[in-house]
Design a protein around this ligand. Structure first.
Ligand SMILES: Cc1cc2nc3c(=O)[nH]c(=O)nc-3n(C[C@H](O)[C@H](O)[C@H](O)COP(=O)(O)O)c2cc1C
Ligand SMILES: Nc1ncnc2c1ncn2[C@@H]1O[C@H](COP(=O)(O)OP(=O)(O)OP(=O)(O)O)[C@@H](O)[C@H]1O
Length: 303
């Protein structure tokens, strides 16, 4: 996959199958559009995801989006949502960007896709200009989960409530975050539970502050874990968002390593305990919860 920032730097020579939108999270709805552009790829036609970057709190970092799309499409264009773009007339966007720059042969959008100044551009306008510019348009019905349309907003709402299981159903994969293991206050070790701290990127959304059963990848190997997403109000006033995980069966030194954590199930909200002793007792209970969670999972899958 080729990755660029800004449509103007596109240098593809072939015709293209293009899909456009914010694509935050690459959920099951987005995946339908991506499958469609992939179905058009050939010696003459490359697939392009054009993702508008809104610079707001997001389900995915830019790197995560790249990694998810890497094996799937030929091009990922990250397009900052600039004033010039916001104010471009829809017809000009079709002519200048889709036709002249991207050489679109196929355009794939969801039913509610809108673009151009005042959001005047939509699927109907794309269809109206299709013959003139020689492209086809696929307007994909919105994918639903139990009757509700899947959207990035819906997934953000689920995460805000700690419902990481629902988020996983809507995404089609577990919600996750990646970071370099940093030194904490090193209190955990003295309290009897050594942990790994990772900090989310600035705009990366953490689920509701609280304790979760997690899966953690260290050096390519997956481990069961239990972790707290939040600000550790019992021991610090710093307000720094962190995910802190206790990893079962890992006794190496993970400082400086990049790890990825997947959120499996919400256990309880993060709490400001009255004493470190109370915190410790609760973390011990969380560890037993995590053991039960993964034991039950294994039993279910017959392992
Ligand atoms: C499973 C688990 C649950 C936790 N729950 C809370 C909590 O509810 N409230 C809180 O203030 N800190 C919580 N913590 C964070 C602890 O305060 C932290 O692990 C301890 O102070 C060690 O921090 P350190 O890594 O900076 O040394 C939790 C940590 C873990 C691993
Ligand atoms: N559930 C869905 N099924 C099919 N296509 C979808 C679905 N959701 C969005 N799309 C389409 O995917 C493209 C990118 O959508 P976009 O990420 O902008 O919207 P979204 O997921 O609804 O996010 P938000 O909630 O932030 O509006 C658009 O063409 C949109 O119409």
């Amino acid at each position: 996959m080729k990755y660029i920032t800004g449509i103007e730097s596109y240098s593809g020579q072939k015709r293209s199958a293009v899909t456009l939108g914010k694509f935050d999270g690459l959920h099951l709805g987005h995946q339908k559009l991506i499958d469609k552009i992939r179905s058009y790829t050939s010696d003459e036609c490359e697939s392009i995801v054009c993702a508008f970057d809104m610079h707001r709190d997001s389900l995915m970092t830019g790197r995560e989006r790249r990694e998810h799309l890497e094996p799937k499409v030929d091009w990922l264009i990250d397009q900052p949502f600039t004033k010039a773009l916001r104010e471009m007339e829809a017809e000009e966007f079709i002519d200048r960007i889709l036709h002249k720059v991207l050489r679109a042969a196929h355009i794939v959008v969801g039913t509610d896709f809108s673009f151009g100044y005042g959001k005047r551009g939509n699927a109907a306008l794309l269809q109206k200009m299709a013959d003139q510019y020689g492209y086809t348009v696929d307007v994909i019905e919105k994918e639903r989960y139990l009757g509700t349309v899947i959207s990035s907003t819906y997934i953000k709402d689920a995460l805000a409530q700690g419902d990481v299981k629902l988020a996983e159903r809507l995404l089609g994969y577990p919600y996750e975050m990646t970071g370099i293991v940093r030194h904490g206050k090193q209190l955990g070790r003295t309290l009897g539970f050594p942990t790994m701290n990772i900090e989310p990127e600035k705009n990366k959304i953490l689920p509701r502050f609280g304790v979760y059963a997690c899966r953690v990848r260290i050096d390519g190997k997956w481990y069961d874990a239990v972790g707290n997403a939040g600000i550790k109000p019992t021991v610090t006033d710093e307000q720094r968002r962190l995910l802190e995980v206790y990893v079962y069966g890992y006794d190496g030194d993970a400082y400086g390593k990049e790890i990825t954590a997947q959120f499996c199930e919400f256990e309880r909200p993060e709490t400001k305990f009255g004493s470190v002793e109370e915190l410790k007792n609760n973390v011990m209970r969380d560890m037993r919860y995590g053991e039960r969670y993964f034991a039950a999972l294994r039993e279910k899958s017959g392992e």
